[in-house]
Design a protein. Structure first.
Lengths: 527, 370
């Protein structure tokens, strides 16, 4: 392999690629969306047998570029060659026919079908009679061969997220993919599952396959990639530089164009009285399976308690029982008032604010104005409510004040909420929730999917609440985030709190083990 | 790779690409509505030409027969009156994504309730119209509201699908009225009641012909003004009040509304009561203002047309007035052209085209060269 070494941060020099040797060569790709250029003359190439990381902030154009390769979008300009031949896909079907398979962040599996059925879904073969056993055996053999072991007869809903991801990969391999594009594959995985995924990917490259690894996590990129391409606002800032020897600050600078302050100032706050008292809470999830098996917690004023855990271990349900959105057994007291099984309004009235996990699906009304979205929690009281009537002027005034104070950038307060970017929408939700003056703030995945700047704002706002004497329950899958801003960390696994430790001096490896249920639990609960 | 699976599918040199719109300009809904209506006109015209008619003649005839003189305009507004009520009834419910398609049944119950005041009778004969009319209005509204409220309560309490319940309640309501006009209230064995006494009639313009001779023969009645007033009230309710805000919030995202602490079940019942009440008012206004008796089949499906009106108006109360008047004219003119067939087909084509034109609101459509 001959690397075209480009010094980091230098304008990328165009080296005419030898097409035939490359698995994929994209040159001069331009893709415009109304109001923005998602890809501005982007070059990207992929060699056989390598992991090429595509690094960038949210909205940098990584997914757009790969969606073009996978046949979901058409480029406005530019050329794609696959193994030397010109490639103009009209659909993902064309892409897969050329050996390119993309695995999206949100899986495209049918939960009630088996692994075999999911793998075969959408294929022309078998034409008529489906011998599940025969195909199951083939898929099992493929899994054995590639190290992607899953039970072909299991129904997808029974599988863990990591296993579901394996099914997605198998689906692509079964279709003959030689190039695998993975869009933020580790976002849903526990540390151990990530390691396992990396081993699988390594195995695939050793047998000649190529992998595009889309991510904004620097550590992972450094751990897995052979080469790295960095995108910033649709432009390439580093083209296929070798990963060996790169450092986090260097990559971060390429990504955001400025040094990120990775240390967070955490003022010393003496915790006050207990605000949230959770005792032996049990609750079912949407499928009527018990998701919380007797959770107990205490949270004090001026304290941030992080709940660490892999997605789907009861975090969503925990947030929902506290905010009155889900029924449960047991006791939940906020400032001494029982809120379990009371309507959401009771929880709001007793000072609970909620930054929901699903910003679009729960935290906002997409087609209503910013004003309507900002008064969702305050429209019942003066000055916005005047008896039966709503004072629209007061509502707009409050909306204008909040959008200014929290830097929600939008043309006006009449703009529809769906037009906001992720970071702006999250600032709006924070503005609304903080404006109610909460004594307890439940924040679920508050920085997920946000770019570096917005993440910093979210952390600052949570720490400000803590400084103002509120209790903050921070539920997150991002262990780094939890360790950076929480005072204590509780690990949740399969609906149980498997350990609570002080975040200062907590050991990531140990937490990772707790998060995956490999608990040496007695040692940790003692801490 | 260029060849691949791509080429053989594209037998036209030009393809259509639809891209999701990020923003909706303010003028766009009106423009798409106009496009939809234009296409509907073209298709209807083609249809008329196909069966040997002259489309231009037919369209001009429709205009003349519905808006051509004061007399027919008054008749059009009489036809439009129940449609405004039922259109509002549907619009209010649809705003909250509550699919009340039972306005027909609620209308029948409203008419029955209002008639009961006169036919039972609940008031002694000879009472002033200033008492009789308000009591009839209240009776009609309450009867319609309760009929709608049944479906609302079932949905709020047990999660029963309101489409099914409101649809089924229509049949019960229609048969219920049929029972009364065939039985207890039948006049001489016909399927209609006796005519209401004059004090139970909503005043018409023609009633004032003695003072103003030009009003002679104009049958437009007070119900039309009540309908306009209701449209204004519904608009105020949705746009300016707390519950109106809650309805809009639930309509846009019920999960967000639940999260904001809104009791959705309570709102479902409230909105079904209001929706049913408005439809009930349609029934009251029809028997008291136009038919002057309760009779079998007095509504040619005003409740179902209300669904169409609400859609055409994009759930806007003032839009409902416009759409209802247009449809009133079409119904009236339809009788002039042909007893059945083409006019109702035109109605169907209009609705179809307008609903299809919604795609243009959400997508930007482009032609691309292959």
């Amino acid at each position: 392999m001959t690397d075209t070494t480009v010094p980091a941060g230098m304008p990328h020099m165009h080296v005419p690629p030898v097409h035939a040797d490359l698995a994929v060569a994209m040159t001069g790709i331009v893709k415009r969306f109304p109001g923005l250029i998602a890809n501005d003359h982007v070059d990207f190439d992929l060699r056989p047998g390598e992991v090429h990381a595509l690094l960038g902030e949210n909205g940098a154009g990584k997914s757009t570029l790969m969606n073009i390769l996978a046949g979901l979008y058409r480029p406005d300009e530019g050329e794609i060659r696959v193994r030397g031949g010109v490639f103009e896909p009209d659909s993902p079907r064309d892409a897969i026919a050329a050996g390119i398979g993309m695995i999206h962040q949100h899986f495209t599996l049918v939960p009630s079908l088996t692994v075999t059925e999911n793998v075969l879904l959408g294929l022309d073969e078998p034409r008529f009679r489906l011998d599940l056993r025969e195909y199951g055996a083939r898929i099992a053999a493929l899994g054995e061969h590639t190290g992607l072991r899953v039970d072909p007869d299991a129904q997808v809903w029974q599988l863990s997220v990591g296993e579901q991801q394996r099914v997605e990969i198998l689906k692509m391999l079964y279709r003959g993919a030689r190039v695998l594009v993975m869009d933020e594959p580790t976002a849903v995985l526990a540390p151990q599952e990530t390691q396992e995924l990396f081993r699988t990917l390594r195995g695939m490259t050793e047998s000649g396959g190529s992998i595009v690894f889309i991510s904004h996590k620097l550590d992972e990129v450094l751990a897995i990639a052979d080469r790295i391409t960095v995108l910033r606002r649709g432009k390439v800032t580093a083209a296929g530089i070798p990963a060996a020897g790169r450092t986090r600050p260097e990559l971060a600078r390429l990504m955001v164009g400025r040094e990120i302050l990775e240390t967070i100032d955490k003022a010393l706050v003496t915790p006050g009285p207990v605000v949230l008292e959770v005792r032996d809470v049990r609750a079912s999830n949407d499928r009527d399976l018990e998701a919380l098996h007797g959770v107990s917690l205490d949270l004090r004023a001026g304290e941030i308690l992080g709940i660490a855990g892999v997605a789907g271990n009861g975090q969503t349900e925990l947030a929902e029982v506290i905010t009155g959105l889900r029924r449960c057994t047991g006791s939940i007291r906020v400032n001494g008032t029982e809120v379990a099984n009371r309507p959401p309004r009771a929880s709001i009235a007793s000072g609970v604010a909620h930054i929901p996990e699903d910003r679009h699906g729960r935290g906002s009304a997409p087609n209503l104005s910013l004003t309507d979205n900002l008064v969702m929690k305050s429209y019942r009281s003066a000055p916005i409510s005047r008896g039966w009537l709503l004072d629209r002027l007061a509502a707009r005034r409050q909306a204008r004040d909040l959008t200014t104070a929290y830097e929600v950038s939008a043309p006006s307060v009449d703009t529809e909420a769906r037009l906001l970017s992720g970071g702006n929408l999250q600032r709006l939700i924070f503005a609304r929730e903080i404006s109610t003056g909460p004594s307890l703030m439940v924040a679920v995945q508050p920085s997920r999917g946000l770019d570096v700047g917005a993440v910093a704002t979210v952390h600052r706002l949570l720490l400000e609440r803590r400084g103002a004497g509120a209790a903050v329950l921070l539920i997150s899958e991002d262990l780094d985030e939890i360790l950076a801003i929480s005072d204590r960390v509780a690990v949740i696994y399969e609906g149980r709190i498997t350990g609570i430790v002080d975040s200062a001096g907590a050991d990531i490896g140990e937490l990772g083990l707790l998060m995956t249920g490999h608990a040496a639990s007695d040692e940790v609960t003692a801490a | 790779m260029t060849a691949g699976t791509g080429t053989h599918r594209h037998w036209l040199p030009i393809g259509i690409r639809a891209e999701r719109r990020l923003e909706t300009p303010r003028w766009l809904p009106i423009a798409t509505l106009a496009i939809g209506l234009l296409v509907a006109l073209l298709i209807s015209g083609a249809l008329i030409a196909l069966i040997g008619g002259d489309p231009f003649l037919v369209f001009r005839h429709i205009l003349n027969a519905s808006f051509g003189s004061l007399g027919v305009l008054s008749d059009t507004l009489v036809k439009a009156t129940p449609l405004i009520f039922t259109g509002l009834a549907c619009a209010v419910a649809f705003r909250m994504r509550l699919w009340n398609i039972g306005a027909e049944g609620q209308l029948f119950l409203g008419a029955w309730g209002a008639s009961a005041v006169v036919l039972v009778p609940l008031l002694p004969p000879g009472v002033s119209p200033f008492v009789v009319i308000p009591v009839m209005i209240v009776a009609g509204v309450v009867a319609g509201a309760l009929w709608g409220g049944i479906a609302g309560w079932l949905k709020a309490r047990f999660g029963v699908n309101e489409i099914i319940t409101t649809l089924m309640l229509n049949y019960i309501a229609i048969q219920w009225v049929r029972f009364w006009v065939f039985g207890p209230w039948s006049e001489g064995g016909f399927q209609l009641s006796e005519q209401f006494p004059r004090e139970a009639w909503l005043p018409r313009l023609t009633d004032f012909a003695k003072a103003i001779p030009d009003f002679a023969g104009l049958t437009i009645h007070l119900g039309f003004l009540i309908a306009i007033a209701c449209a204004c009230l519904v608009w105020l309710w949705l746009a300016r009040t707390r519950t109106g805000y809650e309805i809009r919030l639930i309509g846009d995202n019920p999960r967000a509304a639940h999260y904001a602490g809104i009791d959705i079940g309570r709102m479902v019942i409230l909105v079904m009561l209001v929706s049913g009440g408005l439809a009930g008012l349609a029934g009251m206004s029809e028997v008291s203002g136009s038919v002057h008796r309760l009779q079998d089949g007095f509504s040619p499906g005003y409740g179902f047309t209300g669904v169409i009106i609400a859609y055409l108006a994009r759930f806007n109360p003032f839009g409902v007035i416009v759409a209802a008047i247009a449809f009133g004219g079409l119904i009236l003119a339809g009788r002039e052209i042909q007893p059945a067939g083409i006019p109702s087909m035109i109605q169907g084509i209009v609705l179809f085209c307008v609903i299809c034109s919604d795609v243009l609101l959400r997508y930007r459509v482009r032609l691309v060269r292959r």
